[in-house]
Design a protein around this ligand. Structure first.
Ligand code: SF4
Ligand code: SF4
Length: 323
């Protein structure tokens, strides 16, 4: 298993999470790939968006520059790190702790500080791994794949690293493991055609039926996404459509009605429609990466609003649930 061919294509991943119960049927392990062509304003995985490695900072793990002998600040060739004003006490000692500040304008992402930070407060978001390594890791979780579970390949946009995603899907299917592909649908049709035989279920996002608004909310128009959904449905793929509900942005009655009509038009391929109510749990991750969270004033939709939206889809005969 050590030759290049058995290792397969190399992918850039940012996490592998076992015991996932929200990423398709049953108990699953989800592989998150890094990089996405979309920039959804509500994205709760900002660390998945950029295709490159990124510097993250988890200040609760930072024990302070004095304790670390200034190692991170000294490691930075760009002068992008500095010691903050005392920000708290070192546990048990009462000593003042000076944590670090990152000047993101100066940072060149050389990641030398993450290597120097032994407590792991500064960390590299992203890791390269070959299909073979990831496959071996996933096999270790196989005993947990219960109730129709298996592996979900997610992102970012997994289809943007197509060779890796395709090869991993083939190996999983050949090993008899159920494969879900979580996708924005924003990828070439020929890639969907090629991967379809090795995907048991597509978790397919439908973010907004108005293309101009879709572009304002996500950075790309929706035509390709809708065309790929039609292509998959016409060719017998199984689809679980996922619709994020973002108050005042994409939850107009007329848009939701069009989304329901579109799901109906895809016929029996649509096994389930899931409504995903907006939540702001990813907000802290933006701070860790030094990015701005743009939806500061959006509130989660309440239960009665979600029940109304559920009715729109159910009244069209769709199998629909709030996720
Ligand atoms: S960022 Fe890391 S190396 Fe720097 S002071 Fe904090 S814990 Fe120490
Ligand atoms: S990643 Fe940025 S902050 Fe860290 S050492 Fe390199 S330039 Fe400095």
């Amino acid at each position: 298993m050590n030759d290049y061919k058995s290792r397969g294509a190399v992918g850039r991943i940012y996490d592998i999470q076992g015991y996932a119960v929200h990423d398709g049927p049953g108990v699953r392990t989800t592989v998150y790939l890094k990089g996405c062509p979309l920039r959804c304003l509500w994205c709760h995985s900002p660390e998945s968006q950029d295709f490159g490695f990124e510097l993250g900072y988890l200040d609760v793990k930072c024990v302070g520059v004095k304790e670390c002998d200034n190692s991170c600040v000294s490691a930075c060739p760009a002068g992008a790190l500095s010691a903050d004003e005392p920000g708290g006490e070192f546990p048990g000692s009462g000593a003042a702790v000076r944590k670090v500040s990152i000047d993101r304008e100066k940072c060149t992402r050389c990641l030398k500080c993450a290597e120097a930070c032994l407590p792991g407060a500064l960390y590299t978001a992203g890791k390269d791994a070959a299909v073979g390594e990831v496959f071996e890791r996933l096999l270790r979780d196989r005993i947990f794949f219960k109730n129709g579970g298996g592996v979900t390949i997610s992102g970012g946009e997994a289809m943007s690293q197509f060779d890796f995603t395709y090869e991993l899907s083939v190996r999983l299917k050949e090993a008899g493991i159920h494969v879900c592909l979580d996708t924005t649908g924003f990828a070439p049709e020929e890639h969907f055609a090629k991967i379809m035989p090795y995907t048991d279920l597509f978790l397919y996002d439908l973010k907004c039926m108005d293309s101009a608004l879709h572009e304002r909310l996500t950075g790309v128009p929706n035509e390709l996404i809708l065309e790929n959904a039609r292509f998959l449905a016409e060719n017998g793929a199984a689809l679980q459509i996922r619709i994020p509900v973002i108050p005042k942005l994409n939850d107009r009655e007329e848009l939701l009605g069009k989304a329901a009509e579109f799901c109906v038009s895809l016929g029996e391929s649509v096994k389930l429609v899931q409504l995903l109510p907006y939540h702001a749990t990813g907000k802290g991750k933006y701070a860790r990466l030094g990015r701005e969270y743009k939806l500061k004033n959006v509130e989660a939709p309440d239960d009665s609003r979600m029940a109304q939206i559920l009715d729109i889809f159910k009244s069209c005969g769709l199998n629909c649930q709030i996720h």
